[in-house]
Design a protein around this ligand. Structure first.
Ligand SMILES: Nc1ncnc2c1ncn2[C@@H]1O[C@H](COP(=O)(O)OP(=O)(O)OP(=O)(O)O)[C@@H](O)[C@H]1O
Length: 915
């Protein structure tokens, strides 16, 4: 018997209105099934007792409460009281430091914005105020809130304070003072998708099998044949086999990368990617020794790593690793992600400066060297370089004058370098306001130094405005305020947040634990139940959530954009945890967008199918053409694709792969059977293109699916995860294969339907006034493809901002945001928290961990995991729906194994779904 069932037996106390009622402590658990479809899993609703848990939690924390509901008058008074309180905090001496430590939804950001307005009211020039946060979205929200407050305070039209992210502010500084960094021109920002992966790829590409590894090692250790420099360079007699091997290395590299002889001068408009290629090409071809050695180290770092990986997984790298845009890229994406993740997190944590092992160091150094050669900076560079710029006393003075007041949101997320920047700017003046919440510290894995941020603030800004009341030694206190009322959420959501926040055994009693008080709710806030549901599988969970979303949207309780579904992670190996939900939402015609992870619709199986359509709107889309060649043209493999790519551009300079494929048909470069298949493909695309204007978009998409959907099936099965693929639908569609194919086809057809539905407010379809009965045009097709990219989380196109769609997001990406209704998927052990694997690389090494706590890595890890649960819960304003899956599909708990998944430890036992 499961523990939830035990709990069921223990607590059942009778029935009420047809529902079984269970009591546990101060909870009332109502066993209900209020969802229309009878085959849905049973849902359990937690309703708190009238004298709510708020009072219990507050009493335990020593906070008195009457626990009674207030009248409207009282609520108004309460509201006015809070407004006064926020103002009084905001007005505290603006020239002195202020630290506000408070829980989720308690108005920290609000208070920060109000303080900026107070500063302007008191005569501070707006342009000397800098309000700073972490993400563009949060910075945008800050601007919006400040704008509204300015309007409310009669300052409409006046110039607002600067609001920026740390990174964009640092980048501005670097661009202004790049000469001080010894750079000849201002660096560009490396692009996540292209350049970073390319930098790593340049190492990988030569190393995709053992044979090549050995060759690279040998060949790169000696200068190439035409070298005049380097050790043993001049006059060195190279044996014939070595010469041959060198040519072989170069030939393979040429094949893989479209390696070209570098032009005399890099094309000025060639872009960052071209520059990286050109410079590294020349290191190979011209054998400039210094650059050659950089490449050598770069490669060395990688193949040690790759060998290590190979040992761990005991799997050879069977597939070549492909550059972004190459048709095989999706498969190798995981490798890039792994290596990029490693390099970036290592840089952030500053391993380079510590005694990290030599291979890893050389890998990072080499990676940095590639970026420097291309004169691009990544996000870590921006911070470190800004710190370097500010080492100049003159620049520091100018910058301090320019930004006299600094206001920081999400203070707990600063890393050491960001904290150093704050100190550099404000240590003497102390005109700094910081707001934060230790409970929302979830970026330890990226180097955030939460605890030391607070203590550094307090130690450095000892000039206290006022002491905190929680027995914090006055000598330590800079200036603190605690906001204790949550203005965002309904009572039961706040209660659950408090339970998660207090249930966790935190580290020893420290300053912050003394500052931490449970959140209270506005007494006037009505009580809405937190809904806990239990589903058998990921598929039934998806149906349950999608069904609930449909009822919310249909009942006009809210719009799709007021709803979020939060996942702990959106990509686990090759599984896409959101895949089932995406299918269900599309089935129901509900638009969605993905934030912070990979979606099923963004995965290779669906995106490959869109490649022919992409080609139709842009024949020069080489990535789409390569995808089509490798996925949909029989008899054409990687070798033939490279032969096509190696064709010369035509007289007009057309160097597109599509153009080359057309020309290759008139040559004997490919064997007859391959040419025949290629011709058939090109004819099909040509026919479809001619058909544009004669069929609707729906017909066009259906035609493409009919022709090609079956080809991407294997990948789709993997992405849907085994359990999804095994699902047999009630419509009797039968086999796994049918299901996969049907899913993809239906998904795309449904996506088209949503595109036209007019639901996607602010979207191009609406702006351009397309109708589903219109014949498809190139403009319509382009808009549709842009929409799919947005849904998939691939696009960063801002013209789609404000799209009315359900947000599917990771918890990390949801930080600082709020929605009317929040669903949390898979609230199981193993997901919330994710299992500690004891690997400091992967999870929890933190710079702020004192030496004596070194053995408490696991404890720190689970602390941060509980913060993640806390952040997820506290994003909800009105409705919180927690879903437990009984057979957790992502952690090997297959139903057949008989192992039942356990609800998350953060869910009080009284709330466990009963079966
Ligand atoms: N004094 C107030 N009166 C009414 N509503 C408020 C007040 N302060 C904040 N709110 C509302 O409560 C919600 C949360 O506010 P805010 O985002 O400022 O909190 P926060 O402490 O920064 O939250 P988090 O740390 O979870 O991101 C917002 O919807 C905001 O409009």
């Amino acid at each position: 018997m499961t523990s939830s069932a035990l709990n069921h037996q223990r607590n059942c106390t009778g029935t009420s209105n047809g529902h079984a009622v269970y009591k546990s402590g101060s909870y009332q658990v109502v066993f209900t099934n209020d969802i229309d479809s009878s085959d849905l899993p049973v849902e359990v609703t937690l309703v708190q007792q009238p004298v709510s848990t708020s009072s219990q939690v507050q009493e335990e924390a020593g906070i008195s409460t009457t626990g009674t509901l207030m009248t409207t008058d009282t609520a108004d008074k309460e509201q006015r009281g809070q407004t006064r309180r926020v103002r009084s905090i905001a007005r505290q001496d603006i020239d002195r430091p202020l630290l506000i430590v408070a829980g989720a939804g308690s108005g920290k950001t609000n208070t920060l914005c109000t303080r900026a307005i107070e500063m302007i009211k008191q005569g501070v020039a707006a342009e000397t105020i800098m309000v700073i946060t972490f993400t563009n979205k949060a910075a945008g929200e800050l601007s919006e809130r400040i704008g509204k407050l300015m309007e409310a305070n009669g300052m409409k039209g006046a110039s607002p304070p600067h609001s920026s992210t740390f990174h964009s502010w640092c980048y501005k500084l670097i661009r202004e003072y790049y000469v001080k960094l010894g750079l000849s021109e201002a660096p560009d920002i490396v692009t996540e998708d292209g350049d970073l992966k390319l930098a790593l790829h340049l190492g990988f590409v030569l190393l995709d099998d053992c044979h090549m590894l050995v060759q690279c090692e040998t060949m790169l250790a000696i200068p190439p044949p035409d070298s005049g420099d380097g050790p043993g360079g001049q006059g060195m007699i190279l044996k014939k086999d070595r010469l041959r091997r060198w040519d072989a290395v170069k030939a393979q590299a040429t094949d893989r990368l479209d390696w070209q002889e570098p032009p005399a001068d890099p094309a000025p408009d060639g872009g960052v990617e071209q520059n990286v290629r050109t410079k590294l090409n020349s290191t190979m071809l011209k054998s400039d020794f210094a650059a050659h050695s950089v490449l050598y180290h770069f490669l060395r770092g990688h193949f040690h790593r790759i060998r290590g990986l190979r040992d761990i997984t005991a799997r050879p790298l069977a597939r070549p690793l492909h550059p972004p845009g190459h048709s095989g890229f999706a498969q190798s994406d995981a490798y890039y992600a792994y290596h990029l993740g490693f390099v970036q997190s290592s840089k952030t944590r500053g391993y380079l400066a510590t005694s990290y092992d030599i291979q890893k160091r050389s890998m990072i150094e080499a990676y940095n060297a590639v970026l420097r050669m291309a004169n691009v900076v990544d996000y870590d560079d921006m911070l470190a370089m800004a710190n370097d710029v500010l080492k100049s006393p003159t620049i520091l003075q100018i910058t301090r004058e320019k930004y006299r007041y600094l206001l920081i949101d999400e203070f707990q997320d600063l890393n050491t370098v960001q904290m150093d920047l704050v100190m550099l700017l404000q240590k003497d003046a102390g005109r700094v306001t910081a707001v934060g919440d230790e409970r929302q510290s979830i970026y330890g894995f990226r180097g955030a130094t939460c605890k030391s941020n607070f203590s550094r603030f307090l130690e450095n800004f000892v000039d206290a405005n006022m002491a905190n009341t929680n027995n914090v030694p006055r000598s330590l206190v800079g200036s603190m305020e605690s906001l204790v009322i949550n203005y965002r959420s309904h009572r039961s959501i706040v209660d659950l947040g408090n339970i998660v926040a207090t249930a966790v055994n935190t580290n020893s009693e420290n300053l912050l634990t003394r500052l931490r008080v449970p959140l209270q709710v506005q007494p006037s806030v009505p009580m809405m139940p937190v809904v806990v549901s239990s589903s058998e599988t990921a598929e039934s969970e998806a149906r349950l959530i999608a069904g609930k979303i449909r009822s919310l949207v249909h009942s006009r309780a809210c719009q799709p954009k007021d709803i979020a579904v939060l996942f702990r992670a959106l990509k686990l190996k090759r599984h896409r945890p959101s895949a089932c939900l995406e299918i269900e939402l599309l089935d129901l015609g509900i638009p969605y967008v993905i934030r912070g992870g990979a979606s099923f619709i963004g995965g290779a199986s669906v995106q490959n199918l869109l490649a022919p359509l992409r080609l139709m709107v842009d024949r020069t889309d080489d990535a789409a053409m390569r995808t089509c060649l490798s996925e949909f043209v029989p008899n054409i493999g990687p070798r033939f694709i490279e032969r096509i790519c190696a064709m010369e551009p035509d007289a007009s300079g057309d160097s597109s792969v599509y153009g080359k494929a057309e020309r290759v048909l008139d040559t004997k470069v490919l064997p007859k059977h391959a040419r025949a298949s290629l011709k058939q493909f090109m004819d099909t695309i040509g026919q479809w293109d001619q058909g544009i204007g004669e069929m609707t978009l729906q017909e066009l998409v259906s035609t493409v699916c009919c022709e090609y959907a079956v080809d991407g099936l294997a990948m789709a099965m993997a992405e849907l995860s085994i359990t999804s693929a095994r699902r047999s639908r009630s419509d009797g569609s039968g086999s796994e294969q049918n299901f996969g194919q049907k899913s993809i086809t239906t998904m795309l057809r449904n996506t088209v339907a949503i595109f036209f539905s007019g639901r996607v407010q602010g979207a191009a379809a609406v702006k351009l006034r397309f109708k589903d009965s219109d014949m498809c045009s190139h403009a319509m097709l382009r808009a549709f493809l842009a929409y799919v990219s947005l849904m998939a989380g691939i696009s960063k196109d801002t013209s789609w901002a404000g799209v009315d769609a359900v947000v599917i997001s990771t918890v990390h990406q949801a930080k600082g945001l709020e929605w009317e209704h929040v669903f949390i998927s898979n609230f199981n052990e193993g997901t919330f928290p994710m299992k500690y694997r004891g690997d400091p690389d992967a999870v929890t090494a933190r710079l702020d961990r004192p030496v004596e706590e070194a053995d408490s890595a696991e404890k720190n890890y689970y602390n941060e995991e509980s913060n993640i649960a806390y952040v997820a819960i506290t994003r909800a304003k009105r409705g919180l729906y927690i879903s437990v899956i009984e057979t957790n599909p992502f952690y090997g708990m297959a139903r057949s194994s008989g192992v039942r998944a356990v609800p998350s430890r953060y869910l009080p036992v009284a709330m466990w779904p009963l079966k």
